[in-house]
Design a protein around this ligand. Structure first.
Ligand code: GLN
Length: 199
């Protein structure tokens, strides 16, 4: 069984732990560099990306995490977590840094005032069956992607789910819906990445 960490600096950590357990992973909160090297994959939750960025520097995980993502550790970011996986943010707050890992430019709070929070059915490539119920909360969208990035879903003409290699990101929050298929997709990515002898 793959062991998947949830970066527990700020955000909806508990909901991800529950969703990962439901998708047949062993899930645990992680926040220190030595904890991050022990997991097979990592979820970066929704929350507030500027806060997560600051706390990541404070807890000394910014560089170790960047290194692990570069090395190909599977990662999945939702909402603020998607922002943290972007190589570039449009209009970052001053000092706001990201882990990177996906060659994309992300626009924070993109869906705007009138539509700060909403739900919409989203067709996600790689998720079988009915559309996923997308919960968007002051959500980012992906402004543009590089050639290596696979677009998995769009909403209203904007990219809201992407994958590049072992990095997955969604603008919305599957951890809030009780539908664990997107977490299942990520758990499968983590399983596929493990060496055969550890399966
Ligand atoms: N707007 C938040 C940010 O910029 C993200 C909101 C969320 O994660 N639900 O970090």
């Amino acid at each position: 069984t793959p062991v998947i960490g949830v970066l527990a600096l700020q955000g909806d950590v508990r909901e991800h732990l529950i969703a990962l357990a439901a998708a047949d992973a062993v899930a645990r909160p992680v926040r220190r560099p030595e904890e991050i090297v022990e997991v097979d994959g990592l979820v970066i939750p929704g929350g507030e990306s500027t806060t997560i960025s600051k706390l990541a520097v404070l807890f000394g995980v910014m560089e170790p995490l960047r290194a692990r993502v570069r090395d190909g550790m599977p990662v999945y970011g939702t909402c603020a977590g998607m922002i943290m996986l972007a190589d570039k943010i449009l209009d970052p707050r001053s000092g706001q840094e990201t882990f990177g890992g996906i060659d994309m430019i992300v626009r924070r709070n993109a869906f705007g005032r009138q539509n700060e929070s909403f739900e919409a059915a989203v067709d996600v490539r790689g998720v079988e069956g009915d559309p996923v119920e997308g919960v968007f909360i002051r959500a980012p969208w992906v402004e543009s992607v590089g050639a290596e990035v696979e677009v998995l879903a769009e909403h209203g003409g904007h990219i809201v789910a992407v994958r590049q290699g072992n990095a997955l990101a969604t603008s919305f929050h599957p951890e809030l819906t009780g539908d664990h298929r997107v977490h299942g997709l990520f758990v499968d990515m983590v399983r596929a990445n493990r060496t055969p002898e550890s399966l």
